[in-house]
Design a binder for this molecule. Structure first.
Ligand SMILES: *Cc1c(COP(=O)(O)O)cnc(C)c1O
Length: 334
């Protein structure tokens, strides 16, 4: 068994459990605290503000109607990962929702870079969202009278699955009390905050003593979980859901890595029976990298420990954050 240590990541409030020698390690640095934006920076209504002071209007339809789409990109060891892919998915989602985008792609990317740079954070969670916005009258709901709003923030890395969970694995259940919203209700292809189904599944997982839940769609196929995609390995093939899921950028990366390792990959229908017979299962998300699922509905997945392919894909994923490539963009800290 590897020995667990607690590492401090240069910032007093960030304490991260990980395992020495594993690929997931925070930068060791000390943050220059002279700027009030250090440690977390947001961009709202044309100004950069400290993340802790960031406020938006209560009349924003993003809040009132969840009329909003977003993405979360990340910075690791001072490098953005797949920034342009995130922004392209974000723009496509906004277009589908017919939310007028108040900035160009280049401007959005610059604002994301700006928030990270001003925050000084080497490891950051970078959220950009666009809302339907608000009008001149308080509570205005007429669509044409609303002006869309773009919000950006960079804060210390937020984890769905922390580094130690990515190393040791998690348990999951298949939710029984709720199904994933289908594409003809709230299209999960668009990254959205309509988390009613995902939150209900999270409560069910808690009640059943598990870390998280996978949701089925109304036809009984496996979709995804609260903020992550689900992948499984069986006899050298990686399977993941085609329908009623967000096309995750971490999932895309994991599939590319798997193909580089010589595995077959299939984006298709995944049934609960396939999951129960899987050699390995893992979750993929920006906020959790590649996380092994070692038990499903109380039964071990494979040998009940993180699978070999999952561990290889996870290690490769985090190594990519340091290797110069088209997917990486160093942040210039001022
Ligand atoms: C963000 C998210 C994911 C993961 O997507 P990434 O691009 O890999 O971060 C998966 N499912 C849902 C519902 C999400 O919101």
């Amino acid at each position: 068994m590897n020995q667990l240590t607690i590492l401090e990541a240069g910032l007093d409030e960030i304490i991260c459990e990980t395992v020495p020698g594993e690929a997931i390690q925070y930068s060791r640095y000390s943050l220059d605290r002279t700027s009030p934006l250090a440690g977390g920076c947001a961009w709202i209504e044309g100004a950069f503000v400290p993340a802790a002071a960031a406020r938006i209007s209560i009349f924003d339809a993003g809040f009132g109607h969840s009329d909003v789409t977003y993405t979360v990109a990340h910075v690791w060891h001072g490098n953005f990962f797949r920034l342009e892919d995130h922004v392209e998915r974000f723009l496509a989602g906004a277009e589908k929702m017919r939310i007028p985008m108040p900035a160009t792609k280049a401007e959005i990317m610059d604002l994301m870079r700006g928030c990270v740079s001003k925050s000084g954070l080497r490891e950051a969670y970078v959220n950009v969202c666009v809302t339907r916005g608000y009008g001149r009258k308080p509570g205005e709901k007429t669509l044409e009278a609303l002006e869309s709003q773009l919000y950006v923030y960079a804060i210390p890395y937020l984890w769905v699955f922390s580094p130690i969970r990515q190393i040791e694995g998690i348990d999951a259940v298949i939710a029984q009390s709720v199904r994933r919203s289908p594409a003809n209700v709230m299209d999960p292809w668009i990254k959205n905050y309509q988390w009613g189904d995902l939150v209900r599944a999270t409560f069910e997982a808690q009640e059943r003593g598990a870390r998280t839940a996978f949701l089925l769609d109304s036809d009984g196929f496996v979709t995804e979980g609260p903020g992550f995609n689900v992948l499984m390995v069986k006899d050298g093939t990686v399977f993941t859901a085609a329908r009623n899921v967000l096309p995750g950028i971490t999932r895309r990366t994991a599939l590319e890595i798997a193909r580089d390792f010589g595995l077959q990959t299939v984006i298709g229908d995944v049934t609960p029976e396939m999951l129960r017979g899987a050699d390995e299962i893992f979750a993929a998300t920006t906020a959790g990298g590649v996380t092994p699922v070692v038990a499903l509905d109380g039964a071990p997945v494979g040998a009940g420990v993180p699978g070999d392919w999952t561990r290889k894909i996870r290690t490769r994923y985090w190594q990519m954050m340091d290797e110069p490539s088209d997917l990486i963009e160093p942040v210039s800290y001022i």
